[in-house]
Design a protein around this ligand. Structure first.
Ligand SMILES: C[S@@+](CC[C@H](N)C(=O)[O-])C[C@H]1O[C@@H](n2cnc3c(N)ncnc32)[C@H](O)[C@@H]1O
Length: 228
């Protein structure tokens, strides 16, 4: 645990609204906001990233695409654990340009940035897609649309890794339920149970779905595409 990171996280919680706008892809292109957001997610992945990328053994996947990967902070964590992989960070032009403008993007020859809208534009083919903290702002129909697109682009034998704060007990007062309330109130999405996400993944074509509770506030669920 890096206490400096925890302190940094705290100072950003005062300005939640623009974060929700960025999360939803509706942010303005303010460089200052992008810089703050990039720093915020980097702090988070410094704390939780290792637990997330080691929740499953992902070493067989070499060609990774992080959809909605922002400044590449999780991609950096990924290649620190799996140094033989390369990651395409795919995000909206305003996010990638903003991160580059304020020099907050990760610089590593194994990490490549691709601008695009994953609903409107083609997404690259990959062995493993990471979708972290994206589906919780989306309603079911958009989740299915995105996951079907990912399934179609995924290489045979590949997989998708969803990272969210999954609901375990709908009555407790923990982080997932708090986030669920925020998502329901401010976005068209919600936090979901593992069962709900399994249904979404299977609906899109993925199989052999497995989940892992990491012990942090973010958990992971993987769905696989069969070798043809
Ligand atoms: C909450 S952030 C998560 C960032 C990163 N995955 C993480 O967990 O730190 C959601 C990201 O999805 C991106 N995003 C939203 N809508 C998108 C779209 N239609 N196409 C591509 N990226 C999108 C946003 O720009 C933002 O970087």
């Amino acid at each position: 645990m890096h206490y400096g990171d925890v302190n940094s996280l705290g100072k950003y919680t005062k300005s939640q609204w623009w974060q929700v706008k960025i999360i939803s892809g509706k942010a303005t292109s303010s460089t200052e906001q992008t810089a703050m957001y990039a720093e915020f997610v980097t702090c988070g992945w410094n704390i939780f990233g290792n637990d997330v990328v080691t929740a499953f053994d992902l070493s067989s996947f070499k060609n990774i695409c992080d959809l909605g990967g922002a400044s590449g902070a999780l991609a950096k964590k990924f290649i620190s654990v799996y140094p033989e992989s390369r990651v395409t960070v795919y995000d909206l032009p305003k996010m990638i340009k903003g991160a580059k403008q304020c020099n907050m993007h990760v610089k590593d020859p194994r990490i490549y940035f691709q601008e695009g809208d994953f609903f409107q534009d083609p997404i690259p083919s990959a062995d493993l897609y990471i979708i972290a903290r994206v589906t919780h702002v989306l309603p079911e129909e958009n989740c299915i649309e995105l996951l079907r697109k990912v399934y179609a682009a995924c290489n045979p034998g590949g997989a998708v890794l969803l990272v969210e704060s999954f609901l375990k007990d709908t009555t407790d007062a923990g982080v997932p339920n708090l986030l669920n309330f925020i998502m329901l109130f401010l976005t068209g999405g919600k936090e979901r149970t593992f069962e709900e996400v399994t249904i979404l993944l299977e609906n899109a074509g993925f199989q052999d779905v497995e989940f892992k509770i990491t012990g942090t506030y973010l958990d992971a669920i993987i769905g696989r595409k069969a070798l043809e």
